[in-house]
Write a protein that binds this ligand. Structure first.
Ligand code: ATP
Length: 531
C-alpha cells in the first residue's frame, strides 16, 4: 500500500530526520528544504543508483560536474533569458501572486476572479559577481544543469576521443524562482537534477529517443517505482519547450497530487550545440537558432567515415532528485498489522472514534467543508477499523481536527494499540535504504553484549562501506519498529549465545523472519540479500 498523502510522507520525513524545512529556527524559507541524517543517505543512494546504471553499466557515457555559476552569455544563447518564463498574475483583492496556468482564473487564497493580465516572469535567480554590483556584473544561478554539459561538449570530446553516439551525465543543483513553490519536495526553488545529454548522429535521434524512454522506465522499476504507476505523456507540439523537437514526460501517480512530471525525456535536435557554436551559417543546422557572435568554439563532431563535420542531435533524460525521493518513499510506504489486536481493544478505539465523530458533526468551530471531510474520513476508517487503525493519527491531523477536544482522548486510546499491534514500514530496495543494518545488544547493561554489537557495527560500516547503526534505547520489539519505519532491511541482535559461538540473529524487515548466522558471514549475507 503506497503512501496515502504527501502529508503522511512529510510527517514521517520530519519525525525521523529525512527532511527539515530550511532555516527552521527562523521560521523556514519557502520552497527550500534540508536533507537530514537519513535523507542525505537516501538521496546519495538514489544518485549512486542512477550513476551506476547510466555511467558505470554503459560503455557510451562520460561524467561531468560543471560549476553552478556560468558566464551569462550561456543563458542568453540557450534561450533562457528570453523564454524561461512562467505566466504571473496578481490578485487585485488580496495581492496574492500566482502562476496563471495553475489556478483556473480564481485566486486560491481569497477566491476572487479580479486578477491582472498574465505577464512573463523569468525564473532565473541572479547574483552579483565581484565587489562592484553594477548592472552588468551579475550571474545567474543555473536553472538546469544541462547547459554545463553543452558548454563542455568540445572539452569532453577532445579529451576522451569518444565516437558518436555517446553521452555526458551530470548530477547537480539547479535553482528556479518558482512563483508558488508547494507540495513538499515536489516544487521547490533549489533542487538537484540528474541529467544526461546523449549525442547522436542526426537521423538516428528518433530511435534513440525511444530507446532512452525504455531505459529510463526500467531504471525507475529497478528503484521500486513500477511502470504501472508511470504514464508516458507525449507532449503536444504546441506545448513543447523552445528547444524541443519532441518530449516524453514521465508522469508518476503521486499521492495527493495524482499524475505529475517526475522526468522529462526531450529530443533537442541540434538546437543547443548549434546555439552555442560559432560559424553557425556553415553548420547546416536543422534547428532555428539566434545568431551567435560571442562563441569562440565550433561545436561539431568530425564524422570520419563521411569526411564531414556534423552537429550532433541530442536526447536529454532529465529527472529531479527530490521528485524521485518522494516517489521512492511513497512506493515503499506501508502500514501493516503485525498481530491481531484483542477485540476489546479495537472496541475501545471504536467507541472513542464514534464520540469524536459525533463531536465533529456538532461543532460550529470549523467550516462545513472541514466537518464533511473529517467525518467522511472517520467513517471510512471506522468501516474497516482493524486494518485502518493506524490512520487515526492522520485523521487527527486533518485541518480543523486539532481543535476537537475529544480528539486527544481518541489519540490516547488508539496510540498504544497502534504501537503494540501495527507497524509503519518502508519496503525500500536494500540498495537505497539509508541504514543497511542495525545492531542491538540483547541487554544494554551487559558489557560483553554491548561491545560485541558495537564492534560488529563499526566493522561493517568501515570495511563493507555500508551505513550501520547501534541502538540500545528500548526493548528489541520497539527497536525493530523504529528501524522498519526508516526502511532498514536487516536488524542484528547480539545475545548470550553470540558470546559463545560468535553467531548472531539477523531479522529480515519484510518477512520479519529471523535466522542465526555466523557473525563473520554478515557482510556476505547482507550483500547477497541486497542485490
Ligand atoms: P514542471 O512543468 O513541473 O515545472 P519542468 O517541465 O519545468 O517541470 P524540466 O525543466 O523538464 O521541468 O526539469 C527536469 C526535471 O527537473 C523535472 O522532471 C523535475 O523532476 C525536476 N524539476 C523541475 N523543476 C522542479 C522544481 N521546481 N522542484 C523540484 N524538481 C523540479
Amino acid at each position: 500500500m503506497p503512501a496515502a498523502s504527501l502529508e503522511q510522507l512529510a510527517s514521517l520525513c520530519k519525525r525521523r530526520g529525512f527532511i527539515f524545512p530550511s532555516s527552521d529556527i527562523y521560521g523556514g524559507l519557502q520552497g527550500v528544504f534540508d536533507y537530514g541524517p537519513l535523507g542525505v543517505e537516501l538521496k546519495n543512494n538514489i544518485i549512486n543508483a542512477w550513476w551506476r546504471t547510466n555511467v558505470y553499466a554503459r560503455d557510451d557515457m562520460e561524467g561531468l560536474d560543471a560549476a553552478i555559476l556560468m558566464n551569462k552569455l550561456v543563458w542568453k544563447y540557450s534561450g533562457h533569458e528570453e523564454t524561461f518564463n512562467d505566466p504571473l498574475v496578481d490578485c487585485k483583492s488580496c495581492k496574492g501572486r500566482w502562476r496563471a496556468d495553475h489556478i483556473k482564473g480564481k485566486c486560491p487564497a481569497c477566491g476572487s476572479s479580479d486578477l491582472t493580465e498574465a505577464r512573463p516572469f523569468n525564473m532565473m535567480f541572479k547574483t552579483a559577481i565581484g565587489p562592484v554590483a553594477d548592472s552588468d556584473s551579475f550571474a545567474y544561478l543555473r536553472p538546469e544543469t544541462a547547459q554545463g554539459i553543452f558548454a563542455n561538449f568540445g572539452n569532453v570530446l577532445s579529451t576522451t576521443s569518444r565516437k558518436l553516439p555517446f553521452g555526458i551525465a551530470q548530477v547537480g543543483k539547479a535553482f528556479r524562482n518558482e512563483i508558488n513553490p508547494r507540495n513538499f519536495l515536489f516544487r521547490v526553488r533549489e533542487f538537484e537534477q540528474m541529467e544526461i545529454e546523449f549525442f547522436v548522429m542526426p537521423g538516428s535521434d528518433e530511435a534513440w529517443h525511444d530507446r532512452w524512454l525504455e531505459d529510463r522506465l526500467s531504471w525507475w522499476e529497478s528503484i521500486g517505482v513500477p511502470r504501472s504507476k508511470i504514464q508516458v505523456y507525449d507532449v503536444p507540439k504546441g506545448d513543447l519547450a523552445h528547444y524541443s523537437k519532441r518530449t516524453y514526460d514521465l508522469m508518476y501517480d503521486y499521492p495527493t497530487l495524482g499524475y505529475e512530471e517526475i522526468e522529462g525525456i526531450a529530443s533537442r535536435s541540434d538546437y543547443d550545440l548549434g546555439s552555442h557554436s560559432r560559424d553557425q551559417d556553415n553548420l547546416g543546422l536543422a534547428a532555428k537558432v539566434a545568431p551567435n557572435r560571442d562563441s569562440v568554439a565550433k561545436l561539431t563532431y568530425y564524422d570520419q567515415a563521411n569526411n564531414r563535420h556534423v552537429v550532433p542531435f541530442v536526447i536529454e533524460p532529465s529527472a529531479g532528485v527530490g521528485r524521485c525521493f518522494l516517489a521512492v518513499l511513497s512506493e515503499a510506504y506501508d502500514e501493516q498489522m503485525v498481530k491481531t489486536p484483542a477485540s476489546d481493544k479495537v472496541e475501545a478505539v471504536q467507541a472513542a472514534l464514534d464520540t469524536f465523530r459525533k463531536s465533529v458533526s456538532r461543532t460550529e468551530k470549523i467550516s462545513a467543508e472541514q466537518r464533511d471531510a473529517i467525518t467522511a474520513q472517520a467513517d471510512a476508517i471506522g468501516s474497516d477499523l482493524g486494518n485502518r487503525l493506524p490512520e487515526i493519527e492522520q485523521l487527527l491531523s486533518m485541518p480543523g481536527a486539532d481543535g476537537i477536544e475529544v480528539g486527544k482522548k481518541l489519540r490516547g486510546v488508539a496510540q498504544p494499540v497502534v504501537d503494540e499491534f501495527y507497524r509503519t514500514v518502508l519496503h525500500l530496495k536494500p540498495h537505497l535504504a539509508p541504514i543497511k543494518v542495525a545492531f542491538f545488544p540483547l541487554k544494554r547493561n551487559h558489557d560483553g553484549l554491548v561491545s560485541m554489537a558495537k564492534g560488529l557495527r563499526s566493522d561493517l560500516q568501515l570495511n563493507a562501506n555500508m551505513r550501520t547503526i547501534y541502538d540500545d534505547t528500548g526493548a528489541i520489539g520497539k527497536l525493530y519498529r523504529r528501524q522498519d519505519e526508516i526502511g532498514t532491511p536487516f536488524c542484528v541482535t547480539v545475545d548470550f549465545q553470540s558470546l559463545e559461538d560468535h553467531t548472531v540473529t539477523i531479522r529480515d524487515r519484510d518477512s520479519m523472519q529471523q535466522e542465526r548466522i555466523l557473525a563473520s558471514e554478515l557482510e556476505q549475507y547482507v550483500r547477497e540479500k541486497s542485490r
